[in-house]
Design a protein around this ligand. Structure first.
Ligand SMILES: Cc1ncc(COP(=O)(O)O)c(C=O)c1O
Length: 471
């Protein structure tokens, strides 16, 4: 295929994409293939001769599409959404066509300078203090790893990278039990060790870390000769939307000189709406904050916004500049590969630019407010429906429930059967989690194009399927 043949295919793909999005709500949300079916349909060996694009595209529709779970389905209420939107797809198409590798300023100044500007637009959109600088990471997991490495190096007086961890002080990092598994993984990779991730008890309906328990744990560790390094705070945890009292926890961290990282991967997007900002009051004193525009802002994966109060600490932890990566003769430039773990970088800022301009912050705010309002409305309806109990209250657009009709001994088994039956049915898609040891069902609304009718349909589907399972 050459670039002359590309153009008509590009138009065909654009038409296909528009049709797909217009009709995706008619498909079952979750893929219905059996494990191994797609693998079996793919030839075991690569072709030696060129094949027609007609055949490739026909196979794409025949083999691939049946194995897709439709994340852009308006009734995808599982996990956290990973949205896209038309301007985001256009920007990604352009980036795919230009295919720049943006590791250094000189390898595409436009990408670097666009990233600087977009991260400052987002900083303003979230009302973070001036002085915070940002970088786009591929995922929140990478941002958290970068933050944990920074807290490690800072606590070891910047010796860990050079001398290794053997013989060093035993570091301690503090977080609640509600943080995402990416925090545990960052702790493993940083060589701190799972046993040194100290779980602080939670309290209250927001299931946030108890600051007094945090203070006590740090004091105990110091008395035992251990070295507290940092605190990881959760704003909008994955299971139930758990949210730590950020200001009080940062007070404690500041008293002890600890580095703080806030994981707001999902809920951070909501902070473009001023009315939700009290829920992370104090965040302007954090050292590091991550949120994912690729979750709730219509900017497709991957685009994780990582803000730093003092980027110098991160750069001191991660920057390596061999001669071949140096940019001579240009002053005041930023090389974002020094702010992240991979060297190579995609041009991710372009989709932010397209999306923010295409909708304006008001357009994005309106969508998020609708999702939250409709989710609360569904919550109220289910709370008033016989046989259902709400387990955790709405945190933005996420809450959990349980089907608990009279006379059922094993509610975990019943609710697992319910979530499986709902997902096999295909009209909506939900996931389960555990709260205080019990299996519960999560509901969250956040697909970019979902409507009130889509959200309300969940009530009918849940009740209809639950009644069919009742003993
Ligand atoms: C609270 C929270 N933190 C971190 C992550 C990891 O995000 P990513 O896939 O961008 O690494 C998730 C994923 O859903 C999450 O919900």
């Amino acid at each position: 295929m050459d670039w002359n043949e590309f153009a008509p295919w590009g138009r065909l793909v654009a038409d296909w994409a528009a049709d797909y999005h217009r009709s995706v709500g008619e498909r079952p949300v979750r893929a219905r293939t059996r494990p191994g079916a797609i693998l079996d349909a793919l030839p075991a060996s690569p072709p030696d001769t060129a094949q027609d694009m007609e055949d490739v595209f026909a196979d794409f529709e025949r083999i691939v599409m049946p194995g897709i779970t439709h994340w852009q389905h308006p009734r995808f209420f599982a996990y956290f959404n990973s949205n896209t939107s038309p301007p985001s797809v256009l920007a990604e198409f352009l980036v795919a066509a230009i295919a720049p590798q943006c590791m250094l300023w000189q390898t595409s100044p436009a990408a670097t300078e666009m990233e600087t500007r977009m991260m400052d637009w987002l900083r303003q959109a979230l009302d973070l203090p001036e002085g915070f600088a940002g970088v786009i990471q591929d995922s929140a997991s990478s941002a958290t790893l970068a933050a944990v490495l920074t807290m490690r190096e800072r606590a070891l007086d910047w010796t860990g990278n050079r001398t290794g961890l053997a013989g060093q002080a035993r570091l301690r990092v503090y977080a609640s039990s509600e943080v995402h598994s990416s925090i545990d993984r960052a702790i493993w990779i940083a060589g701190i060790g799972q046993d040194n991730l100290v779980r602080i008890p939670i309290a209250g309906p927001a299931r946030g870390m108890d600051p007094r328990a945090l203070e006590d744990a740090i004091a105990r560790d110091r008395a035992a000769g251990l070295t507290p390094a940092g605190v990881i705070l959760c704003v909008g945890g994955t299971g139930t939307g758990a949210t730590d009292p950020v200001a009080s926890c940062i007070d404690v961290a500041e008293r002890h000189g600890l580095y703080t990282h806030v994981d707001a991967a999902w809920a951070g997007s909501a902070m473009i709406c001023p009315e939700y900002r009290p829920m992370w009051d104090g965040v302007g004193r954090a050292d590091s904050i991550v949120f994912n525009p690729h979750k709730w802002l219509g900017v497709q994966f991957d685009c994780s916004a990582h803000f730093l109060r003092n980027p110098g600490d991160l750069v001191r932890t991660l920057a390596i500049s061999p001669e071949y990566l140096r940019t001579h003769g240009a002053e005041g430039i930023v090389n974002y590969s020094e702010w992240s773990i991979p060297l190579g970088r995609r041009f991710r800022a372009l989709k932010l630019w397209f999306v923010i301009r295409a909708y304006g912050l008001d357009g994005l705010r309106q969508r998020l407010r609708n999702h939250i309002r409709w989710s609360e409305e569904l919550h109220d309806r289910l709370a008033a429906t016989d046989g259902f109990e709400i387990v955790t209250p709405p945190m933005w657009s996420l809450w959990t429930f349980r089907y608990a009709p009279d006379g059922v001994a094993d509610l975990d088994a019943l609710n697992l059967a319910l979530v499986n039956a709902i997902n096999d049915d295909g009209r909506i898609y939900l996931t389960q989690t555990r709260v205080d040891g019990n299996l519960v069902i999560r509901f969250q609304a956040g697909q970019f194009d979902t409507t009130r009718e889509d959200v309300m349909m969940a009530h009918d589907v849940i009740c209809e399927i639950a009644r069919g399972l009742a003993p």
